[in-house]
Design a protein around this ligand. Structure first.
Ligand code: ZN
Ligand code: ZN
Length: 247
């Protein structure tokens, strides 16, 4: 698989990205296996199967995975029709590994969001609500295609949609002068909104052709997140491996 090769090369070339890239490889494997499980199995066994897969791929101790399963069942919400309920599972404030649990839940929610997104028939337009129309999260990643059209890519649920070319997809202002740009050596950019202090990544088709995967492009540009956040700008939704705040 091409994406596998690209990730392997990146791990060699950029050792500082080894750990996030390895985590992403596991996320890809988890999503792939869950897609198969969801296709093949009857719905009543799905949660068990998905959590088992999650524990084995991410090497999660049995106690923690059974805690996750109990929490999902106790929430009395069907994660397939309300995937967001997984992100909202109660985590005790004193919990020392709170951030880690949040990230685990974020990754665990992926297959549920993918299934939910595919089952949604009628969707609103991004411009009507200013958030992802599938999961309701703010946009942090956009691609500009070969015709200079811009598309949001939701890092939470995978929804893609064409949006306005210039402007801030968080506060929706569309004045060019209010957006500052930072560009890295891969030509990946962050667009900094001077009004609401949000930043959004964007990249052109040439960058996409090189790396073949918008979520991977989001990960390799982690150094840009550092620079933008050090300047006081805010990322409003996590990347695909659950990283949101880096400074
Ligand atoms: Zn979404
Ligand atoms: Zn803004």
């Amino acid at each position: 698989m091409e994406i596998k090769r690209i990730i392997n090369e990146l791990k060699e070339e950029r050792p500082y990205l080894k750990s996030p890239l390895e985590l992403y490889e596991r996320v890809l494997e988890f999503n792939r296996k869950c897609e198969k499980i969801i296709k093949d199995k009857a719905k009543n066994n799905l949660l068990d199967e998905i959590i088992n897969e999650f524990s084995s791929i991410f090497e999660i101790p049995y106690e923690f995975s059974s805690f996750l399963k109990t929490s999902i069942l106790n929430s009395a919400k069907d994660p397939f029709s309300e995937p967001k309920s997984i992100l909202e599972l109660p985590i005790s404030e004193e919990e020392t590994s709170k951030e880690e649990i949040k990230r685990a839940l974020f990754i665990l929610s992926k297959p549920f969001f993918i299934k939910y997104r595919e089952s949604l028939k009628k969707k609103k337009k991004f411009e009507e609500i200013g958030r992802c129309v599938v999961c309701g999260e703010p946009v942090s990643l956009t691609m500009i295609d070969s015709e200079n059209k811009r598309h949001m890519v939701c890092t939470v649920c995978g929804h893609e949609e064409e949006i306005f070319r210039i402007g801030c997809s968080y506060c929706m202002q569309k004045i060019c002068e209010k957006i500052d740009l930072l560009v890295d050596e891969d030509e990946i950019r962050v667009e900094l909104c001077k009004d609401c202090k949000t930043y959004i990544k964007s990249f052109k088709d040439e960058v996409y052709q090189k790396f073949k995967d918008p979520y991977l492009i989001d990960i390799i540009s982690l150094p840009l997140d550092v620079v933008a956040q050090e300047r006081g700008y805010i990322r409003r939704s996590p990347n695909i491996i659950g990283i949101q705040r880096v400074v």
